[in-house]
Design a protein around this ligand. Structure first.
Ligand SMILES: C[S@@+](CC[C@H](N)C(=O)[O-])C[C@H]1O[C@@H](n2cnc3c(N)ncnc32)[C@H](O)[C@@H]1O
Length: 269
């Protein structure tokens, strides 16, 4: 585990994603079902079977590798060099480089010449776009990289309703002789529309025990704000699904009490 040894006093305030292997172990759940759901959305709401996908903020490539194994072409990009290196190594090890790639880039302005049938952004990565102009340029650029009628699925959660507090999300993970307890705490600040999040990894491995604490500032979304910004982009909101892939009624106003919500956006025109 690069840069993370038993001698470290604890890496407070560093980037979680710099510790790509630890991130990858922490988030080591099976994404196959979720990706089947995403592909079904791309086909149902788009124009036929998707063959080429874009994944903004692809991290360590856990989605890319599953898409590649399914025989699809997938391009991911990420702002963090450590996660990108991890993703590239993984794609190489699996012999998927001819179909899948991981490129450097920011969601705020990434663009490439390739055209995709659909795009997917997982587990709230979209919330790292803090400002309206970044959100707008991201959606504009993503739309321009999609074929006509292309679909963009965004997994995004919202601010808690008044009087409900965000809960601490905890889970355990293990790979080989490394095990960890993960705790993700959130403090919402409605006044600044920011969510201040702390991720704590308590890791046990061959080199001993270690605690990695990282801080994340993400955008705190309200449904009205999301819809208002979306109205200024080439996308229209076609459907919402809950975290169990259940279709939500059209009248649904999503909020933080619903956990994550999948937004199915369709490129207009
Ligand atoms: C929660 S991880 C998700 C990674 C991956 N999609 C997955 O499912 O494992 C969030 C990722 O967003 C990336 N990220 C944060 N801000 C970004 C930005 N502005 N542009 C591109 N990637 C960004 C981080 O480097 C990190 O890899």
């Amino acid at each position: 585990m690069d840069g993370f040894t038993a001698a470290d006093p604890g890496l407070h305030g560093c980037e979680l994603y710099d510790q790509a292997e630890l991130y990858d172990i922490a988030y080591d759940w099976d994404v196959t079902l979720e990706l089947h759901f995403v592909l079904t959305c791309l086909e149902f709401y788009g124009r036929g079977e998707p063959m080429r996908l874009l994944e903004p903020a692809c991290g360590t490539g856990r989605n890319l590798v599953v898409l590649g194994r399914m025989g699809l072409e997938a391009t991911g990009y990420d702002i963090n060099p450590a996660t990108l290196n991890f993703a590239r190594r993984r794609l190489q090890e699996e012999g998927l480089e001819s179909r899948c790639r991981a490129l450097p880039g920011s969601m705020a302005d990434f663009h490439c010449a390739e055209r995709f049938h659909g795009a997917f952004t997982a587990i709230n990565s979209f919330r790292y776009l803090l400002e309206d102009h970044e959100v707008l340029s991201h959606l504009e650029a993503t739309a321009s990289m999609l074929e006509a009628g292309g679909v963009y699925v965004i997994d995004l959660s919202y601010a808690m309703p008044p009087r409900m507090r965000p809960r601490v999300i905890r889970w355990n993970s293990r790979r080989g002789d490394v095990s960890m307890k993960v705790a993700w705490r959130t403090r919402e600040d409605r006044a600044t529309a920011r969510s201040h999040e702390t991720c704590t990894l308590d890791v046990k491995g061959p080199q001993g025990e270690q605690c990695l604490v990282t801080h994340h500032t993400t955008r705190l979304w309200q449904a009205e704000e999301f819809l208002a910004l979306l109205a200024r982009t080439p996308f229209r909101l076609e459907a919402l699904y809950d975290g169990h892939f259940q279709h939500l009624p059209d009248s649904t106003i999503p909020h933080g009490g619903m956990d994550n919500v999948y937004h199915v956006l369709v490129k207009q025109g």
